[in-house]
Design a protein around this ligand. Structure first.
Ligand code: AP5
Ligand code: MG
Length: 223
C-alpha cells in the first residue's frame, strides 16, 4: 500500500488537496478530523469528549486518534491512502512508522502546505461545511451554486464549530508549537515536498502529481 501524507496548518488546504488527489489517483482519503466529527455525530461518550476538545481548538489524545486510524485502515483501499491531518505530533509519527512497517505499507510522498496565518484566518472564517456529506465550500474561493445548499448532496451548509476566530488562533498556536518536531521527523526524506498553499488548488495538485511521477521514475519511494 502506498501512503501520501498531507501536512499543514488548519485551513492550508489538506482536505481540498486530498479530495483532488483521491479523484486523480484513486487513493482512499482518510482525514482524522473527519473521523472525529463522525464520532461526535454518532452521539457516543467518546464523541462528547472529542467535541469538548475540538470546540476549544485542542488536539485529541495521540493514542485515541491512532486507534481510530488503525480501525479505519482495515477498510481502506489497498492500493493507496492519503492521510490528511495525521501525524500531528512526534508520538503519532512514531506510531505511524511502526504501523506502516507492520502492514508493509510505504510513504511515497510527504506534502507540506505552507501559508501565512492571516490568510488562514480569512479562509476559515469564510469556509462552509456540509453537515450531511462533509463537503467543503468557501464564500470567497469556492461558493456553492445555491446559497446555503451543498452542490453535491443538497444538504444544509453550516460553519464548523472550530472555525471561529479565537478557536482558529488556538489551533494555529498548537500547529506552530509542534510543527518543527513533526517536520524534523520527516524532513530529510527524499519524498518530502514543500508547497505554496496560496496557489490555486488545481495548480498545487498538479505539482504533487508531477512530483509523484518523478519519484516513481527515480525509484525513490521511501520516506
Ligand atoms: P481537521 O478537520 O483535520 O482540521 P485542521 O487540521 O484544522 O484543518 P482544516 O480541516 O480546518 O483545514 P484543511 O487544511 O483541511 O483545509 P481545507 O481544504 O478545508 O481537524 C479538526 C480537529 O480535530 C483538530 O483541530 C484537532 O482538534 C482534531 N484532530 C484532527 N486530527 C488530529 C490528530 N491527528 N491528532 C489530534 N487531534 C486531531 O481548506 C480550508 C478552506 O480554504 C476551504 O474553504 C477551502 O475551500 C479553501 N481553500 C483550500 N485550498 C485553497 C486554495 N489553494 N486557495 C484558496 N482557497 C482554498
Ligand atoms: Mg480538513
Amino acid at each position: 500500500m502506498e501512503v501520501l501524507l498531507l501536512i499543514g496548518p488548519p485551513g492550508s488546504g489538506k482536505g481540498t488537496q486530498a479530495k483532488l488527489l483521491e479523484s486523480q489517483l484513486g487513493y482512499d482519503h482518510i482525514s482524522t478530523g473527519d473521523l472525529i466529527r463522525a464520532e461526535i455525530k454518532s452521539g457516543s461518550a467518546l464523541g462528547e469528549r472529542f467535541s469538548e476538545c475540538i470546540s476549544q481548538g485542542k488536539l485529541v489524545d495521540d493514542r485515541l486518534i491512532f486507534d481510530m486510524l488503525q480501525k479505519r485502515l482495515t477498510s481502506a483501499n489497498r492500493t493507496g491512502i492519503i492521510l490528511d491531518g495525521f501525524p500531528r505530533t512526534p508520538p503519532q509519527a512514531i506510531l505511524l512508522d511502526e504501523l506502516l512497517h507492520r502492514i508493509g505499507a510505504k510513504i511515497v510522498g510527504i506534502f507540506s502546505l505552507n501559508i501565512e496565518d492571516e490568510v488562514i484566518v480569512n479562509r476559515l472564517s469564510a469556509r462552509l461545511f456540509c453537515s450531511s456529506c462533509g463537503a467543503s465550500f468557501n464564500k470567497h474561493s469556492k461558493p456553492p451554486k445555491l446559497s446555503g445548499i451543498c452542490d453535491l448532496c443538497g444538504g444544509e451548509l453550516s460553519t464548523r464549530t472550530d472555525d471561529i476566530p479565537d478557536v482558529i488562533r488556538a489551533r494555529l498556536k498548537d500547529f506552530a508549537r509542534l510543527k518543527d518536531a513533526v517536520t524534523n521527523h520527516y524532513h530529510k526524506s527524499p519524498v518530502w515536498l514543500d508547497l505554496d498553499a496560496t496557489q490555486k488548488p488545481e495548480e498545487i495538485c498538479d505539482r504533487i502529481c508531477v512530483f509523484l511521477k518523478n519519484i516513481v521514475q527515480k525509484g525513490e519511494s521511501k520516506a
